[in-house]
Design a binder for this molecule. Structure first.
Ligand code: ADP
Length: 393
C-alpha cells in the first residue's frame, strides 16, 4: 500500500511517498516559493533528482503538478494506488490526543484552534484541501505536532498564572515536535534493546527550531516548548526562555509594539541575536574556530540551556537510560554534543570521541563506561506520519 506524507507550509509543500508497511521510500521532494513566479519544484526518485523553476500560484496547482509528475515518473502505475495521505498539522490543542482520519468535523476543529498557530494551521489546511480535491478516493489523516505531549500531567502543562487564562483562553504548555520526539524515543528503545514501556529517555531535537522532551515508557512527561514554540532552549532565531518583563521594557525603550518585540524574540534572537550574523550552526562553528567571541557565546548559551533541561528532566524521570540527539544540529554538530556532554558530566556521561564524529547516522556516541547511553538518531517525521496513516485507514 502506498501512502503520502505531507508537510504543507505557507509557501512550501514537502512530500514523501512511502511503500507501507515496509516503510521503503519511493520518492520525495519539496515545492518551494508557492505563490511566486519562480517556484522551485524538486523531486527525487530512484537515483534521479529533478529540479525545475516554474510559476506555481497556489497549493492546489502544486498538488496537481506533483500528482502528474508522480504518474510521469512511472514509480507507480496509477494514482489509485495511493491509499492514504498523512498531513502534518502543527496545532491540535487539547482537541486531538492522537492522529485522526480527516472529515468535515476534524477540519472545523483544526480551524477552531488556528488562532494558536496562525502561521501553521491555515497552511496545513491548504494542503489537506488540495489533496482531498485531487485524490478524493485516498483517505486523509491529520498527524499533530502537539498530540504526543497530551500525556503531560497538569503540574507540567499548567503555567502559574491566573487559572482563568487556561479555562477562558487555553493558555497552557502544549509542546511541539511531538512526531519527532515519538519517533526518536521508539528508535532509542530499539537501540537499547528494551521494550519502550521500560525506557526513560531524554530527546534533544536540536534543529533551527529546538525542543527537549522527557519520555517515560514511550509517553511525553514534559517538554521545553510551551504555549508557542518560543520557549525552552535558545534556537536559530528564537530566544527560548526569558523573563517576560523584558517584553514590556524593550517595547518602551525601542518604541516597538508588543507584536514587534515578540517578533524580535522569534526572528532576531537565539544564534542570530547573540552572534549578530547568522542563525546557522555551521556558520557559527566556522566563526568559533576563528575565535569569534559572540559566536562562542551563542553556542555556549545554547549548550548551557540544553544541559539545564537535561538536568531537570533527569530529576523528572528519576533517572535516564538514554539521551538522544536529533535534527540538523543534534544529528550533525558533534561540537554541540561535546559542549553539552561536558556540562552534564556530573551525571556520569562520557562521550566516545570517535563515534561522536559520525554524522547523520544512528550511532551510540557514549563509551561503555558512560552511566547514561548517548545516541545520535536521525529523525524521520514522515515515517511516523505514514505509520499513523496506515494504522488509521
Ligand atoms: P528545521 O527543520 O528546524 O528548519 P533542521 O533540523 O534542518 O532545522 O536544522 C537546521 C540546523 O542544522 C542549521 O543550524 C544547520 O546549520 C544545522 N546543520 C545541518 N547540517 C549540519 C552539519 N553537518 N554540521 C553542523 N550543523 C549542521
Amino acid at each position: 500500500m502506498k501512502i503520502m506524507a505531507i508537510n504543507a507550509g505557507s509557501s512550501s509543500l514537502k512530500f514523501q511517498l512511502l511503500e507501507m508497511p515496509s516503510e521503503a521510500l519511493i520518492l520525495s521532494g519539496i515545492i518551494e516559493r508557492i505563490g511566486f513566479k519562480d517556484s522551485i519544484f524538486t523531486i527525487k526518485y530512484s537515483d534521479i533528482k529533478d529540479k525545475q523553476t516554474l510559476s506555481i500560484p497556489n497549493h492546489g496547482v502544486a498538488v496537481e503538478l506533483l500528482l502528474k509528475k508522480i504518474v510521469d515518473t512511472k514509480v507507480i502505475n496509477s494514482l489509485d494506488e495511493i491509499a492514504g495521505v498523512g498531513h502534518r498539522v502543527v496545532h491540535g490543542a487539547e482537541l486531538f490526543k492522537d492522529s485522526i482520519i480527516i472529515n468535515d468535523d476534524v477540519i472545523k476543529k483544526i480551524e477552531s484552534v488556528s488562532e494558536l498557530a496562525p502561521l501553521h494551521n491555515p497552511a496545513n489546511l491548504t494542503g489537506i484541501h488540495a489533496f482531498s480535491k485531487a485524490l478524493p478516493k485516498a483517505k486523509g489523516v491529520a498527524v499533530f505536532d502537539t498530540a504526543f505531549h497530551q500525556t503531560m500531567g497538569q503540574t507540567e502543562f499548567m503555567y502559574s498564572v491566573p487559572y482563568e487564562w487556561y479555562t477562558k483562553y487555553g493558555v497552557r504548555k502544549y509542546g511541539f515536535h511531538g512526531t519527532s520526539h515519538k519517533y526518536v524515543s521508539l528508535r532509542a528503545a530499539d537501540m537499547l534493546g528494551k521494550k519502550v514501556e521500560d525506557t526513560k529517555v531524554i530527546v534533544c531535537h536540536i534543529g533551527n527550531g529546538a525542543s527537549l522532551c522527557a519520555v517515560k515508557g514511550g509517553k511525553s512527561i514534559d517538554t521545553s516548548m510551551g504555549f508557542t514554540p518560543l520557549s525552552g532552549i535558545a534556537m536559530g532565531t528564537r530566544s527560548g526562555d526569558i523573563d517576560p518583563a523584558i517584553v514590556q521594557y524593550i517595547s518602551q525603550k525601542e518604541n516597538e509594539t508588543l507584536d514587534q518585540v515578540i517578533d524580535d524574540l522569534n526572528k532576531r534572537s537565539g544564534y542570530l541575536g547573540l552572534s549578530g550574523f547568522s542563525s546557522d550552526s555551521r556558520d557559527l562553528w566556522e566563526a568559533v574556530a576563528k575565535g569569534d567571541k559572540r559566536s562562542i557565546l551563542a553556542v555556549e548559551k545554547q549548550a548551557k540551556m540544553i544541559a539545564d533541561y537535561i538536568g531537570a528532566y533527569y530529576l523528572t524521570l528519576e533517572g535516564c537510560d538514554a539521551i538522544c540527539f536529533t535534527a540538523g544540529i543534534g544529528e550533525n554538530a558533534s561540537e554541540t554534543r561535546t559542549l553539552v556532554a561536558d556540562k552534564i558530566k556530573i551525571l556520569g556521561v562520557i562521550l566516545d570521541e570517535e563515534a561522536n564524529e559520525i554524522k547523520g547516522k544512528e550511532t551510540v556516541i557514549s563509551t561503555k563506561e558512560s552511566k547514561i547511553t548517548v545516541l545520535s538518531i536521525p529523525t524521520n517525521e514522515e515515517v511516523m506520519i505514514a505509520r499513523d496513516t496506515l494504522r488509521l485507514i
